[in-house]
Design a protein around this ligand. Structure first.
Ligand SMILES: Nc1nc2c(ncn2[C@@H]2O[C@H](COP(=O)(O)OP(=O)(O)O)[C@@H](O)[C@H]2O)c(=O)[nH]1
Ligand SMILES: [Mg+2]
Length: 285
């Protein structure tokens, strides 16, 4: 994240989101499917209040498909329609747009009954940095548009992206900060590349990755880093050193840590999800 969140920024971002929320019928909350909890700003629940909302679990190509289904069901059980999306490769947003329309069908009907013919549903994308807001807006637009506002506090006139479905979307997504009160959340964000600067040491990030993958995806470590099932019983630092050696880096565990972090970020180890459903308690207000 080439941008640091200070209280001033957070306030500004929140106010800006709240202001623009007044303009729309429905909010499209975008999260990273690998981090359905950690890539959310929990404040959005209260900011959006009674506003209709859908959640996009984006980057689903990088996430554990089983986990994505579990998370989608979780959100649905909490009354929020959720969609598993790979906006990098999918061209077609029809299903999504149709369900956004369904969310506000009642409102549209009310307008129609009152004599308003082609009521344009207005929507806004919101999410923390790097979850794919710009990519999704481009998909909605069906072409490459200059999506602005990678930083909060960039005020400009509102433009609307027109889609062919009677839904207009604000071209500047709402940006909220990730909630990094818990160090673990920070490490997860660093592992997926949501935070790119050096808030964390690579070895801490790598050790967290080792710990997590040992538990949930041991076969991925075995396959990628020439270790055995037995090796995985080592303590994490010893295991990191062993991997370093086996990968031909002698004792340069900094270099190996960097490699592990980049491998996880790029998905070289395969698909994974870093939030477990049992961490979801109280995730939704
Ligand atoms: N693999 C994958 N990458 C994605 C997907 N959506 C976005 N990205 C990538 O994630 C990065 C951040 O996307 P961007 O749209 O700029 O995020 P924003 O900061 O929320 O606007 C870019 O490199 C995108 O190409 C997706 O569904 N799958
Ligand atoms: Mg963007």
């Amino acid at each position: 994240m080439a941008f640091h969140w200070y209280p001033g920024h957070m306030n500004k971002a929140k106010n800006q989101v709240q202001d623009r929320l007044k303009l729309v019928d429905v909010v499209i909350e975008i999260v990273d499917a690998r981090l359905p909890l950690s890539s959310r700003n929990p404040m959005l629940d209260s900011i959006t209040n009674n506003k209709k909302r859908v959640i996009i679990l984006n980057k689903s190509d990088l996430a554990d498909p089983k986990a994505s289904t579990v998370w989608r069901d979780y959100f649905e059980e909490h009354g929020i329609s959720a969609y598993i999306v790979d906006s990098k490769h999918a061209n077609n947003m029809n299903n999504l747009i149709n369900s956004i329309k369904k969310e506000v069908a009642q409102k549209v009907e009310k307008y129609q009954n009152a004599g308003v013919k082609n009521y344009k549903i207005k929507a806004m994308c919101i999410g923390i940095p790097n979850v794919g807001k710009s990519t999704i807006l481009n998909r909605f637009a069906g072409k490459n548009i200059a999506v602005t506002g990678n930083k909060p506090g960039v005020t400009k006139n509102q433009n609307w992206i027109k889609t062919k479905y009677d839904v207009d979307i604000i071209d500047t997504p709402g940006i909220l900060w990730p909630k990094i009160e818990d160090e673990k959340v920070g490490l997860k964000l660093a592992l997926t590349g949501a935070i790119k600067d050096s808030v964390f040491h690579a070895d801490d990030v790598a050790l967290f990755a080792i710990d997590y993958f040992k538990k949930y995806y041991p076969e991925k470590l075995i396959k990628a880093y020439k270790v055995t099932e037995e090796d995985l019983e080592l303590e994490n630092p010893e295991l990191l050193l062993l991997m370093t050696k086996k990968m031909g880096m002698r004792d340069d565990f900094d270099r190996m840590s960097e490699k592990i972090m980049m491998d996880v970020r790029k998905g070289t180890l395969g698909a994974y999800t870093l939030d477990q459903i049992d961490e979801a308690e109280n995730a939704i207000d």
